[in-house]
Design a binder for this molecule. Structure first.
Ligand code: BEZ
Length: 248
């Protein structure tokens, strides 16, 4: 999927606004930080402002171009953490906000991160936990079925238990691991849910005709309103995993 970097910066800016809390887990003294899936660079910039020497990587050309335009003094590379080039190098901290659930090969992800960290280096990350946006995903799956479309889940939402095992396998000791509900208000009033769907399920919705898509979104709004409509906005049923781990 190619990202709409402008929309990410405006309508979906909650993604990096929530990520600001993760910055509190960074050490106080300056470190060499790799920001994995840096998007439009807002958090990368905040990491730099905290005094760290940071490199942002993202596999999306749109995101990297936008990040370079917004923060010309920072270092951004178009790189895929699953297939990193030699120019990435070694870091003290691997940082990542709201990215890991996009990656199906979690084993390779954690292995590659471990290989790009110095000994005693830290992994500090947050991403979707098991049950993340469950109500929305279930409603979407049911609606797609009525149009004869399969719902192949593009995301990997995982649990504390599974992640602990994975981290241990790749030489990490867990310092902190939390799984929690994070109900997330969506921007855009009535249109908020459909705008969120259009951002994150672009390919699935794009496979439908215009009429089918409209009907599907209307049905989802009807079915989800009792649980997720809160007076003047939609509240997505996010669940998160937050992790701090040290490479031993
Ligand atoms: C998330 O950040 O949790 C998320 C992103 C896209 C789709 C579903 C969840």
């Amino acid at each position: 999927m190619e990202w709409d970097a402008k929309k990410y910066n405006t309508t979906h800016d909650f993604i990096f606004k929530y990520g600001a809390g993760l910055l509190a887990l960074l050490p106080k003294e300056p470190k060499k930080v790799l920001d994995i899936g840096s998007g439009t660079g807002a958090l990368t910039n905040q990491i730099a402002e905290l005094g760290h020497k940071v490199t942002g990587i993202d596999q999306s050309a749109n995101m990297i171009n936008q990040a370079k335009e917004s923060y010309p003094d920072l270092n951004f590379l178009q790189e895929d953490i699953l297939n990193p080039s030699d120019q990435i190098g070694l870091y003290d901290i691997a940082f990542s906000n709201a990215v890991f659930h996009w990656i199906t090969d979690q084993e390779l992800l954690v292995k590659n991160i471990s290989e790009h960290l110095n000994v005693n280096g830290q992994l500090i990350c947050e991403f979707g936990a098991v049950g993340n946006v469950q109500a929305i995903r279930e409603a979407f799956g049911l609606e797609l079925k009525t149009f004869g479309q399969p719902f192949e889940e593009p995301f990997c939402f995982t649990s504390i238990t599974d992640y602990r095992t994975l981290l241990k396998k790749h030489c990490f000791e867990v310092v902190e691991i939390l799984e929690y509900d994070r109900p997330t208000p969506l921007k855009g009033g009535r249109a908020g849910l459909r705008e969120w769907m259009e951002q994150f399920y672009t390919d699935e919705l794009g496979a439908l005709s215009g009429d089918q898509k409209e009907k599907l979104l209307e049905n989802m709004e009807r079915d989800l309103a009792p649980r997720l409509w809160k007076e003047d906005h939609w509240e997505a049923d996010y669940r998160r995993l937050k992790i701090k781990a040290v490479k031993i």
